[in-house]
Design a protein around this ligand. Structure first.
Ligand code: F6R
Length: 607
């Protein structure tokens, strides 16, 4: 949700800012802009559209020269994507890039209008800009602190004051922002991937802190007291190759291919002496035995991984598991209490709804365990316990490897809980852990089967709508498969519990509605096959995803994708591969922008 960068150093910064912004474009891409100090004046260039289509073209015509500036790539919340609503937003004295939402912008705007201020854009950000200008009387820290006391909402801001052409100011409330520490140059960025070319060292700006950044110094202030704050420098363990396409046509394809290694990095450190080991987060067997129930909360793909967690944990550990969509959880007054464990899943660790759900669970007194990919993110820091998924940066907006490792974590949790409560023996637990360790190699083999996924994709491209069906764990996977397809191909699709079709939805079925049936669970295979026959006899083209050796009634399916026959319980980790790649190739065949689908952005930091 909007990417922010800033640079102060010795180099020409316009092209540097653009390069950093391109790394953040996954956060929003409806417009982009930069503001640079040129001969003591703030020069702004901004344009609607992706960086390459808008901003870069304008910069090719006229580029500001200077060594201190800020940049922004936008995902519109207030005001349509347009040149005027693009950031940076300024008035010559102050210039601002903003990620987040200023909730009371109307009230601020009205009051400033009474003081003679005019407004040009439809953005909420302009209220903060004009408020800064209103409070500014020579001391930026004072103006920023007063602005913060007035403004409500979530925000990360990069700020230039015309009177201080050698420095950038940054401030944060809720929305993420880091300050990069270089040699004779310093940075701000929404996340560390933007600046990995230049430095791996960074500070995490905390809520209510202000940073003042020059080429040789970074000073942090507490906004309410004005006191300086000492902070510990962090070192990113991601390298720049991880944030580049590395020869793949799209980040999504690269990230699908990274799944075997991502899975290894998630699983291996958590299995010690053949058994699940959660000592890194402090979750003990005794704590587990005291839990009344488990909650798993997340959004989108993260929530779908939670569905896998529910099925697997309930089956193995016989303990109730509730899966919630974070945006529903936080408003429905859930019956969460002390003695509950709440697992919060998030790739970015910054998703606003998920973060609010975590706050609610913390407040209710539950134990909270965050399963997060981005180290040092808000959710990671606010949960009582945290474990990282170690997948490396996920750049494509459409989640693939992050989902895979979240699912892998769900197995680790299920094994750990089941062993702790005694529903599986030590031998059974060791066997399950051993089989889990073997999954990355099987996933690697499935990824190689690209021709069959391309073939299936070629049969879907003319559909207006699709149905994914499955039962049990296959239903959980159908949800994720359907989301992948609609997200990047723009073909409408729904996932449905196969047994539920005849209670209404089957009326949609005709020769124009392909059905992808996921049927990898032996116990449920015949049941799902009956549903397949029902849709086939009503004209649907059927793609069946099943295990090798399944007793398929060939007459009822049009295309078959067969997967290696491993234990049913572990099949989701393998089944996801064809679902991802069918969606990927469908989107490619339709000429879609795979890594940056329309209207979307990664890391949804607004409600
Ligand atoms: C789908 C997708 C989203 C995210 C969701 C949660 O491909 O990427 O559904 O899974 O926005 O994001 P995180 O995991 O960052 O909280």
């Amino acid at each position: 949700m909007c990417g922010i960068v800033g640079y102060v150093g010795k180099d020409e910064c316009a092209s540097l800012l653009v390069k950093c912004l391109k790394r953040l474009e996954y956060r929003g891409y409806d417009s982009a802009g930069i503001a640079v100090f040129e001969k003591g004046r703030i020069k702004t260039v901004k344009a609607k559209g992706k960086i390459a289509e808008g901003l870069q073209k304008k910069l090719d015509e006229k580029c500001p020269h200077g060594t201190c500036g800020i940049g922004h790539t936008r995902w519109a919340t207030h005001g349509e994507p347009s040149d005027i609503n693009s950031h940076p937003i300024g008035n010559g004295r102050v210039s601002v890039v903003h990620n987040g939402i200023i909730e009371n912008y109307r009230e601020i705007k009205e009051s400033l209008m009474r003081h003679g201020y005019g407004f040009e854009s439809e953005t909420d950000t302009e209220a903060a800009v004009k408020l800064l200008d209103y409070y500014y009387s020579g001391d930026p820290i004072d103006a920023i602190s007063k602005m913060m006391a007035k403004v409500e909402g979530a925000y990360a801001l990069g700020i230039l004051f015309r009177d201080f052409p050698d420095r950038i100011y940054a401030v944060r409330k809720e929305s993420p922002l880091i300050v990069g520490k270089g040699r004779g140059e310093n940075f701000i960025a929404s996340d560390v991937t933007a600046i990995l070319d230049h430095t791996k060292e960074y500070y995490i700006l905390e809520h209510g802190e202000i940073a003042e950044i020059t080429e040789n110094a970074i000073t942090f202030y507490d906004a309410s007291s004005g006191d300086t704050v000492e902070k510990e420098v962090q070192v990113a363990d991601w390298d720049i190759e991880a944030a580049q396409k590395g020869g793949y046509e799209h980040f999504m394809l690269k990230e699908i291919h990274e799944q075997p290694s991502a899975l290894r990095n998630t699983i291996s450190p958590r299995i010690k002496d053949g058994l699940p080991d959660f000592s890194e987060c402090g979750l003990t067997d005794e704590m587990i035995r005291n839990y009344r129930q488990i909650w798993i909360v997340g959004c989108g793909s993260a929530m779908h991984a939670g569905m896998v967690g529910k099925y697997v944990t309930e089956e193995l550990a016989r303990i109730p598991v509730n899966v919630d969509i974070a945006s529903e959880f936080k408003y429905r007054d859930p019956l969460i209490k002390e003695n509950d464990l709440c697992i919060i899943i998030s790739q970015s660790g910054e998703t606003a709804d998920t973060k609010a759900a975590l706050e609610l669970a913390n407040k209710a007194g539950a134990d909270t365990l965050a399963i997060v990919n981005v180290v040092g993110s808000s959710i990671a820091r606010e949960a009582k316990m945290v474990m990282y998924t170690n997948a490396g940066p996920e750049i494509s907006v459409c989640s693939t490897k992050a989902y895979a490792v979240q699912c892998a974590f769900m197995y680790l949790v299920a094994f750990k809980v089941a062993y702790a409560v005694g529903t599986i023996t030590e031998d059974e637990c060791r066997k399950l852990c051993g089989e889990l360790c073997g999954i990355p190699d099987i996933v690697a083999k499935c990824i190689e089967e690209k021709e069959q996924y391309q073939f299936v994709a070629s049969k879907l491209i003319n559909a207006d709508s699709l149905l994914y069906i499955g039962r049990g764990l296959d239903y959980a996977l159908s949800m994720e498969g359907s989301l992948k397809l609609k997200e990047i191909s723009y073909i409408h699709s729904e996932s449905y519990a196969a047994g539920e079709l005849k209670h209404g939805t089957i009326s949609l079925i005709d020769e124009n509605m392909p059905v992808i049936a996921v049927a990898t669970q032996e116990r449920l295979f015949d049941k799902t096959q009956s549903n397949v026959k029902e849709v086939k006899s009503r004209g649907a083209k059927v793609v069946l995803i099943c295990k090798e050796g399944a007793a398929v009634d060939e007459a009822s399916v049009d295309y078959k994708v067969q997967l290696p026959g491993i234990r049913d319980l572990l099949m989701p980790l393998v089944t996801i591969v064809p679902l991802q790649l069918i969606a990927y190739y469908t989107a490619v065949l339709l000429g879609r922008d795979v890594d940056m689908p329309r209207n979307l952005a990664k890391s949804v930091t607004v409600e």
